[in-house]
Design a protein around this ligand. Structure first.
Ligand code: HSE
Length: 446
């Protein structure tokens, strides 16, 4: 049988990795897929560079629409990224009856409902293993391997850039800005790292996992998103002293009131395996009612790790494209007519525990006032730690009175986020609370 023909839109880091791995492992991939898989056409703005990468046997054009219009192409791989032209091209490829493989998490998290509906109507597949956690086959695990389970929660380190920065901050006692500069110098962070450091990239991925885990539509607009830019070396150190690590987690959880979908820095017990995921690595914990806790670990980005996921999708499509469309694995794991309307909960309704750090005037009665406010809000304290004055920089910020001061760290038991917000406002208003209160959520992941 002649190889299935693939058109590639965008041959950057992941595209060239896909081309190379497909070529290098072509015999084994053919034995698995049942027929060869060949990238026969590439569209890239830099035609000369692309042609050099793929050699003379592959047609290279600068117009993606020429790939989509080619009747010989069975599968289009979209590796352009973003929600602009990529969305138009994906919808055009679907309309032209092509199966689509994409690594574009932003596109699917924001426009997935429209894209999957268009694909279902046309009877084509949209595959996106590479969109979440790069080379880790987490989409396959959630959609197929764990299909017997009622998924209870997922928590993942799903952004390598921020995990690298947090690891450097912990290892070297660096503040965020310094660690970011290092990450950029080493090529771990983009020149514009906003999507990574503000948690947006992780929220795109968490949104996709949430939809597949619970059979709800992708709803990026309902996700709570907080990045790591406000974290200081002091909090990482205090967390360590209390037996915790700070990680940027993407969390989605089923609760009686609805689905939690949130990305924010999190204290997690240092003894958990996921707390020990360092550098740019990714890891996802999935809790299912039947299987219990499962952990998936690996590279979340990079040329060949991401290519590994792209090619797995190519093989899936090659195996399934002649199957009756109704018998294929549904895009979001659940049949389109069996989706749930469980709401994504507002952050104010989320129940979790907290780490608070207050820079306070070291005076009689300060702690009593702070704990009184927490008690008044019905928030129970789990632990309190007060640093010795000589352990911290006691110099007040410019313009503030130079009073003796100290850091008070409080761990709370579970409470509703809205109650915590109200308590933080009251504590912040105390004249003896000298700086903005640091609040980091805490998850035991038990
Ligand atoms: N920028 C992402 C990360 C990789 O740092 O993990 C692509 O999603």
């Amino acid at each position: 049988m002649k190889p299935i023909q693939v058109g590639l839109l965008g041959i950057g880091v992941v595209g060239s990795g896909t081309f190379n791995v497909l070529l290098r492992n072509q015999e084994e991939i053919k034995r698995r897929a049942g027929r060869g898989i060949r990238i026969s056409m590439v569209a890239d703005l830099n035609v000369a560079r692309a042609q050099e990468l793929v050699g003379p046997d592959v047609t290279v054009v600068n117009d993606a629409r020429a790939v989509i219009a080619n009747p010989d192409i069975d599968i289009v791989i979209e590796l352009i990224g973003g929600y602009g032209v990529a969305k138009t091209l994906v919808l055009e490829a679907i309309a032209a009856g092509k199966h689509v493989v994409t690594a574009n998490k932003a596109l699917l998290a924001v426009h997935g409902t429209e894209i999957f509906a268009a694909a279902s109507a046309k009877g084509v597949m949209v595959a996106f293993e590479a969109a979440v956690a790069g080379g880790i086959p987490i989409i396959k695990a959630l959609r197929e391997g764990l299909t017997a389970n009622s998924i209870q929660w997922i928590a993942g380190i799903i952004n390598g850039t921020t995990n690298f920065i947090l690891s450097e901050m912990r290892d070297k006692g660096l503040d965020f800005a310094v660690a970011l500069k290092q990450a950029q110098a080493l090529g771990y962070a983009e020149a514009d790292p906003t999507f990574d450091i503000e948690g947006v990239d992780a929220a795109h991925k968490a949104t996709i996992m949430s939809a597949i885990a619970f059979g709800i539509p992708v709803q990026f607009d309902k996700a709570y998103v907080e990045g790591i830019t406000k974290l200081g070396a002091a909090d990482i150190k205090y967390a360590e002293q209390l037996g915790y690590r700070i990680k940027l987690l993407g969390i989605t959880k089923r609760t009686p009131k609805g689905i939690e979908l949130r990305v924010h820095p999190c204290l997690i017990p240092a003894k958990r395996l996921i707390a020990n995921v360092e550098g740019a690595m990714n890891a996802v914990v999935v809790q299912g009612d039947a299987v219990g806790t499962t952990l998936y670990y690996g590279k979340g980005a990079g040329s060949e790790p991401t290519a590994s996921a792209v090619i797995a999708d190519l093989v899936d499509i090659t195996r399934l494209h002649t199957a009756d469309a109704a018998q294929r694995v549904p895009h979001l794991a659940f049949q389109p007519n069996a989706m749930s309307d469980l709401p994504v909960m507002p952050m104010g309704e989320v129940v979790t525990s907290y780490y608070l750090r207050l820079r306070v005037a070291d005076e009689t009665g300060v702690l009593a006032k702070v704990t009184g406010i927490l008690a008044g809000a019905g928030i129970s304290i789990d632990a309190v730690l007060q640093r010795e004055a000589d352990e911290i920089n006691t110099e007040a910020a410019p313009g503030l009175p130079q009073v003796p001061q100290t850091d008070v760290i409080i761990l709370t038991h579970d409470c509703v986020e809205a109650n915590m917000n109200a308590a933080i406002s009251k504590m912040q208003a105390l004249p003896t609370v000298l700086e903005p209160i640091t609040r980091i959520r805490k998850e035991e992941l038990a």
